[in-house]
Design a protein around this ligand. Structure first.
Ligand code: THG
Length: 288
């Protein structure tokens, strides 16, 4: 059985198929968040710290940190953001950037075993990022896409996952330190997209056995009832090999879908976690 261990200075998080879902909080990301983008442009990290604290309070086990906006010194800003987050929480971090130089600056600033987000099947990406993952003793997310884009078919995504694993091993990165992202795509533009991602997850689980993540909310772009769609998709994915979703834990609808998925998949003994989070969230209901 493959387990991925992430660490901060003080905390250890273990991701694995027989463990409760590990929640990677997605809110420290300027994509679609004008207020956060503006604060980052001004070098103001107060909002980043607020988002960090709030997500951990609402159940995040790991925080994704992405400060990618155009016209800024991303390596410098990512480093500052990581330091700012560490002042308010001790959870391990997922360092998220498209720029290898920013990933390196982030890794330099981080104390512990981080998760790097991400590599993919492109030769250049693999060559630039895997040596950093090895050098800093991190783990890494591998997206199932390459120079030709994101293949539609599950079998082709599996092939890319295999290639990423192979290249990781060549660079000295252990198999259990690679987490595959089979990529959730919008069902509004392709009716079969969710089904193909679920099929990819089963193949990767059964043939490779590594941990898997997903940016769950991609699935519902352009549709109403997004949170409901995301929550149900998350439950289906949890049944098919998802172990560490990237989500917004501050949305109760998402949080409860993760708790209930754990409950139904026998990852919450005596329903203790579900009941205690419920009690905390709805103290008045409980006393009735
Ligand atoms: N896979 C991996 N990493 C990823 C993704 C993935 N990182 C980025 C992204 N996808 C996951 N993170 C986000 C961050 C923000 C949003 C969605 C996914 C988002 N923002 C709202 C919007 O765009 O409207 C803002 C809403 C608000 O203000 O609350 O949706 O797939 N490996």
């Amino acid at each position: 059985m493959m387990e991925t261990t992430l660490k901060s200075r003080k905390e250890t998080v273990i991701i694995g198929p027989d463990r409760p879902l590990v929640i990677i909080g997605e809110r420290i990301n300027p994509t679609g968040r004008k207020k956060l983008a503006k604060a980052l442009e001004e070098g103001n990290l107060k909002l980043v710290q607020e988002e960090a604290a709030r997500q951990v309070r609402e159940g995040a086990h790991v925080l994704d940190v992405n400060v990618g906006i155009s016209g800024i010194d991303e390596p410098a800003l990512l480093k500052e953001a990581i330091q700012a987050v560490r002042e308010v929480t001790e959870v391990p971090l997922c360092i998220d950037s498209a720029l290898p130089a920013a990933l390196e600056a982030g890794l330099q600033a981080y104390e512990g075993k981080a998760l790097v987000n991400s590599v993919n099947g492109e030769e250049r990406k693999l060559k630039e990022v895997l040596p950093l993952v090895k050098q800093y003793g991190a783990a890494v997310i591998g997206l199932t896409m390459d120079d030709d884009g994101i293949p539609k078919e599950a079998t082709k995504r599996l092939e890319i996952a295999r290639k990423i694993l192979e290249e990781a091993q060549k660079s000295g990165v252990a198999r259990e330190d690679v987490i595959i992202d089979p990529l959730a795509m919008a069902i509004s533009t392709d009716q079969g997209a969710a089904l193909e991602t679920l099929k990819t997850m089963r193949l990767i689980r059964d043939e490779i056995g590594v941990n898997q993540t997903l940016g769950v909310s991609n699935i519902s772009f352009g549709l109403p009832e997004r949170h409901a769609i995301n929550g149900i998709f998350l439950a289906l994915a949890a049944m098919n090999g998802l172990t560490c979703p990237i989500v917004d834990p501050t949305l109760w609808e998402m949080r409860r879908c993760m708790l209930i998925s754990d409950l139904l998949l026998a990852k919450d003994s005596y329903c203790m976690k579900f009941i205690s989070v419920y009690r905390e969230k709805f103290p008045k209901e409980e006393s009735k």
